[in-house]
Design a protein around this ligand. Sequence first.
Ligand code: BMA
Length: 306
Amino acid sequence: MLLNRHPSNPILLPDPQSDWETYNVFNPSVIYANGLFHMHYRAQGLDWLSRIGYAVSADGIHWNRFSRPVLSPESEEDARGIEDPRVTEIDGTYYMTYTAYGNTFEGPGQPTYFGGGVMPMIAKSTNLITWEKVGPIVRGEDNKDHLLFPCKKNGKYMAFHRRPPQVWIAYSDDLLTWPLDEMKPVFAPRPDNGWDSFRVGSGGVPIKTEEGWLMIYHAYDPDHVYRLGACLLDLDDPSKVINRPKPFIMEPKELWELRGDVPNVVFASANLRVKNQVYVYYGGADHVVGLATADYHELLDFARNG
Ligand code: BMA
């Protein structure tokens, strides 16, 4: 088994005594900095709005949470929630990509939003707690599952985003402008490969290795079962896929992955290497947070040769 579920799973549960994380905590980002694991997670409480909570841990398993969210809806653009954070550090600043779920308007003087009002947004922070909203990668289309690479290429920021049904790359000089004509598809669903035949989207920020970018991604099939796969991307140009094994590496199996707010979902949005382990954090059935670990060399070997 490449990915082994941790015996303490689920490692984060909703808190019935908290108004904003009463029902679901899921789809976390986790980074490792200054000897600590830092988690940003999506939480839904009594009003069902998604907000971002923050928790910190010395071992990646036991967490201390902040009592209030660190990022909440505050405008028409995110009025229906802030979802699915992924945090990256670039040159000492932390960037969070998240989905803004906004109100939809049509009519004179009002912007028109497509895709149910979702937008791939970016925020920044120097301390992981106070966040400043920066802006979206693109407006007016169904687009989410975006992440920032932890380094620049030729002075440009690089992002993956998901234009259904596939993963795309985008570039920016300043994080504010992402020219549409520089966006291009990276990889798509494989119609003849069952589990990833319908939609694919990025997992956590890919891991930089000597062989290339080690990437975990999610996919779902026409039955809406979310599974995880792995692939290897070119180190210099991550829009080039070096290898993409056909088998998945994880599928919903535990009760809390099969049943929850949305059934049959393992949705990984964090994968970090700590020594020779890869920690994969994921949402189980849009309800709780799970952890699975892999041996780094085994996972890399699978992504390269599987
Ligand atoms: C996706 C996202 C995720 C969610 C998944 C399964 O579109 O909205 O937040 O985990 O669906 O419901």
